[in-house]
Design a protein around this ligand. Structure first.
Ligand code: ZN
Length: 260
């Protein structure tokens, strides 16, 4: 059993774009996307979309610019397979929650409560780049793979969906905290946060947004203190570490930056 699980771990690996980190992957992209599309529709059906046409248009505009940047980056690296089956969508939900997320498959939601902290289009691009980076790096799928390893003995998702459909749905909902008190998105690990920060910086720069605004945004977020939702909590990573790392990665991001 243990040997079996180890063999599976060796076989079932993926590589994160940009950072090159190897990660556990028991879930095929197409399975992940199918689950996401269902859950995204569910969230939208239970939410009220913003009626503010100007803000909604801004979210869609920033979203499609980051989308193009991601495609350009992955094409350059010969890694387009990371977005196979993506069906991008950007929606603005009317809610006081300071929140935003991107599900695998390119399904993005912003909550109106985060807009005052974003302040403007560039601030939105910081968050958009970061959240999309979590999806491209398959952090949710990695988290779900680890729980499957623990709870289902490493059954591959295709098998799990067939044999244990209800358990699989529960694991997905846990991995993305759907239906939990948070609304969506558990805090990612510090490693995942750092990875999303670094990739997000490159994506926003390629989309023509000034990456120097990213540490400034995170300082505004840090100033919120305890009101932040889990995804934006100060401990993931600690605010000072986050700002220091962003500044360390700035020269890399600036090589991609062209003002549009
Ligand atoms: Zn994050």
């Amino acid at each position: 059993m243990i040997l079996g699980a180890m063999a599976l771990m060796l076989a079932a690996c993926a590589t994160v774009p940009l950072t090159g980190r190897r990660q556990l992957s028991l879930i095929s992209d197409s399975q992940m996307n199918t689950l996401s599309f269902q859950q995204y529709d569910q969230v939208l059906s239970e939410s009220q979309l913003s009626t503010n046409a100007r803000q909604t248009a801004m979210i869609k505009k920033v979203g499609s610019r980051i989308e193009k940047a991601v495609e350009e980056y992955l094409a350059q690296q010969g890694q387009m397979s990371h977005i196979d089956g993506y069906d991008w969508e950007f929606n603005l939900i009317e809610s006081d929650q300071v929140n935003a997320w991107c599900m695998p498959g390119g399904k993005v939601a912003f909550y109106t409560g985060i807009l005052p902290i974003c302040e403007d289009e560039t601030g939105v691009a910081v968050v958009m780049g970061h959240e999309i980076a979590h999806a491209i790096a398959e952090h949710g799928a990695e988290r779900m793979s680890h729980s499957m390893m623990v709870q289902m003995g490493g059954m591959a998702l295709d098998e799990a969906v067939k044999n244990e459909p209800e358990e699989t749905r529960v694991l997905y909902n846990q991995a993305f905290a759907i239906g939990s008190q948070y609304g969506a998105m558990l805090p990612f690990s510090r490693q995942h946060e750092s990875e999303a920060d670094r990739m997000g910086l490159v994506f926003m720069a390629m989309a023509g947004y000034n990456p120097r605004e990213a540490p400034v945004f995170w300082q505004r977020m840090a100033a919120l203190g305890g009101e932040k939702p889990p995804e934006f909590m100060s401990t993931h990573p600690a605010d000072d570490t986050r700002v220091r790392q962003l500044n360390e990665w700035m020269p890399e991001a600036l090589t991609y930056y062209q003002e549009k």
